[in-house]
Design a protein. Sequence first.
Length: 184
Amino acid sequence: MAQNATIYKVELSVADMDRHYYETHKLTLAKHPSETDERLMVRIIAFALNAHAQLEMTKGLSTDDEPDIWQKSLSGELELWVALGLPSEKLLRQSCGKAAKVVVYPYGGRPAEIWWDKIKNSTTRFDNLQIVNLRQADTDAIAALASRAMKLQINIQDGEVMINLDDSSVYISPQPWKTLAPAA
């Protein structure tokens, strides 16, 4: 018999001083049986870093042709494609062709570094691609916060992220590996 997803309820308050975005999102997340607490929390952090009224979690691991998070315009155009982990060059190419902006959050320490060394030269042609690494120590720390009901406060300033849950605080420093090309 197949295992069922575990449901997580998250009240996510985002205060992003860099983008002047301040909002609370009530998220219901289905954690796939093969998904780790680390990946679940990376999904939440990626959501906070890109928070917007139209931003949505997708089916994630259960579908191959969707990102983990996306944002569509009111007329249905794909504005933002957010992927987690170490996607193939082919998937990056396809994503960049489908969405106005693509953000990838690799994590996992050394495997992420090896992945980036392997594909970084082939990503230079994608002006709409941004790659932001999350360090292993940071993702380990946020994974420890995971619980089925969370009230998270995430503050973002100068690219630094502070996550508060109850009496616990975790600070993470996302590392930009590839930034968007400047607008013409």
